[in-house]
Design a protein around this ligand. Structure first.
Ligand SMILES: [Zn+2]
Length: 305
């Protein structure tokens, strides 16, 4: 009548101790004590071994865009406890705690900004706010960012740092996968370029939706990227997972990611991509396409072959 209890295997985390490392200022990879000022100057990359510390959304945006060019939108859209969810503590309490700890209203910020002379829409997730998880409000803000990009023909950059869909919102959170993917489908049809930057970690429903649907997918070195966690996969398949499984470099070798770019090189690489994809600006591109269509000779009937 009773089934034996499942026994779980404990796997060492590939990036043990990540999360509190900013306060401790000891590199979790090479164990060096780091000077805060030097680490900040190095954009949060360990100057001994190149380990990439996690960044908050405002730091990330400031690092990439021209100073003062970012204007945040949708500050009033915040999470609501529609289901009355409670695990070890009520969801409302978790939201309050996250707001107090981070000073942010939601796990995502978005707005228009300028990067190397290009106007674009930036959407940035913040892992410090409930693990960057995607609830209904998060999904709404991301979709609003995608729609601004579509309506104004501005290139889109989404920076992911997330554990996945927000479990406290159940199906409402899962619906955000379809919602963001559908909006990106419309963006793709309109020919507006979209770049995805995956940072540590990009997991679950975020990997399974908007983060993987870009024209160019970039990741930071060593970032953990995947859908289900390594432990779950190991238990389901009874297989030993390969070395470096679910790291940016592993996924790049297997064709899931286009580029692995160290943080200091990101602004230059993004500038090159924006130049390449928009040439003299996307609006001009659209005009050229229209002109080319107008010039093309019209056929009265299809030519038989
Ligand atoms: Zn280090």
């Amino acid at each position: 009548m009773f089934r034996p209890k499942t026994r779980y295997v404990a796997l060492p985390s590939p990036r043990a101790g990540v999360g509190e490392e900013i306060d401790r200022l000891t590199c979790p990879k090479c164990d060096t004590s780091l000077e805060p000022a030097r680490l900040t100057a190095a954009l949060g990359v360990c100057y001994r071994c190149g380990y990439h510390f996690r960044l908050r959304a405002p730091e990330r945006i400031a690092m990439l865009v021209e100073p003062g060019s970012f204007h945040e939108e949708d500050l009033e859209i915040t999470a609501k406890d529609v289901l009355g969810f409670k695990d070890s503590q009520p969801y409302t309490k978790r939201i309050e705690q996250s707001r107090a700890a981070t000073g942010a209203n939601e796990a995502v910020s978005w707005g228009e900004a300028t990067l190397a002379g290009h106007r674009l829409v930036i959407v940035c997730l913040d892992f410090a706010f409930m693990g960057g998880s995607m609830g209904a409000a998060t999904g709404e803000k991301i979709t609003n960012g995608i729609e601004r990009s579509l309506n104004n023909h501005l290139p889109l950059l989404i920076i992911s740092a997330s554990g996945g869909a927000r479990m406290q919102e159940g199906m409402l959170a899962l619906m955000q996968l379809a919602k963001t993917a559908a909006a990106l489908g419309r963006l793709g049809k309109a020919g507006v370029p979209y770049f995805s930057l995956m940072t540590d970690p990009t997991m679950g429903g975020v990997t399974a939706s908007f983060a993987s649907l870009a024209d160019v997918i970039i990741a930071e070195p060593g970032a953990m990227i995947g859908f289900a966690g390594a432990r779950v996969i190991q238990q389901a398949t009874y297989e030993t997972l390969p070395e470096g499984f679910q790291t940016a470099e592993f996924l790049w070798r297997h064709g899931m990611i286009d580029l692995v770019v160290p943080r200091p090189e990101l602004p230059a690489v993004l500038r090159q991509l924006l130049d390449l994809y928009t040439r003299n600006g996307i609006v001009k591109d659209f005009e050229l396409q229209k002109q080319a269509k107008a010039r093309a000779p019209r056929r009265a009937s299809p030519v038989p072959r």
